[in-house]
Design a protein around this ligand. Structure first.
Ligand code: SAH
Length: 196
């Protein structure tokens, strides 16, 4: 597991915004992720009406899916285009408002109130702003974070979850010398040391 070649790579927020503008979003899946279906029971653990967090959410259709099941969904995404496309592609009316604690940030909320998407960097969030979550769906998030920010990301995520929460993490396994990422290759040993 030689991850040396990816360690220094940095993708800026500007580059992510450009990917959205260019429609360069091969990571987006219209059908919903089969692994969320497969492990839904693990995420819910028999509970209903959960608060579920989608870090680096893009316009993941799973947000609509979980909200329709009666859960309350919160996402964070730097691209305002992505957030607006999410609501328009699902024909969901929404309102937008500034986030007083974060300069320049906006929160987009479905009129029904059960989906709230923060348009800002995830590093601007804290539990005092978004509260704590019972469940996390981390797909295209840890693996999209710049390798130099992984520790910061993991510490933040740990601070955003309740004691009895479930965290589903999707990673990709491949030879990091053959692809520069994202998605980055995060070895299992590193995941263990990041999340304990
Ligand atoms: N989880 C989504 C999107 C994965 S791609 C899915 O499964 O489809 C990663 C997303 O993170 C991109 O939409 C990018 O715009 C966003 N992003 C990158 N850096 C971010 C940051 N620091 N804070 C919030 N969003 C970020």
């Amino acid at each position: 597991s030689d991850v040396g070649s990816q360690k220094e790579r940095v993708v800026t927020e500007e580059e992510w915004l450009q990917k959205w503008e260019m429609g360069n979003i091969g990571f987006h899946k219209e059908e919903g992720h089969p692994l969320l279906r497969k492990y839904l029971d693990v995420l819910l653990n028999g509970r209903s009406g959960l608060r579920i967090f989608f870090p680096l959410c893009g316009k993941a259709v799973e947000m609509k899916w979980l909200a329709d099941m009666g859960h309350s969904v919160v996402g964070v995404e730097v691209s305002e285009q992505a957030v607006k496309e999410f609501f328009s592609e699902h024909s969901l009316p929404y309102c937008e408002e500034p986030v007083p604690e974060i300069s320049g940030a906006k929160m987009f909320q479905s009129t029904s109130g059960n989906i709230s998407l923060y348009c800002c960097s995830i590093y601007d969030l804290s539990s005092s702003i978004v509260g704590k979550f019972d469940g996390v769906w981390d797909r295209g998030a840890l693996v999209a974070v710049n390798p130099c920010d992984r520790q910061r990301y993991a510490s933040l995520m740990i601070s955003l979850v309740e004691k009895n929460s479930s965290y589903l993490l999707v990673t990709v396994s491949y030879d990091p010398n053959k692809h520069k990422g994202p998605p980055f290759y995060v070895p299992e040993s590193e995941i263990k040391s990041l999340f304990g």
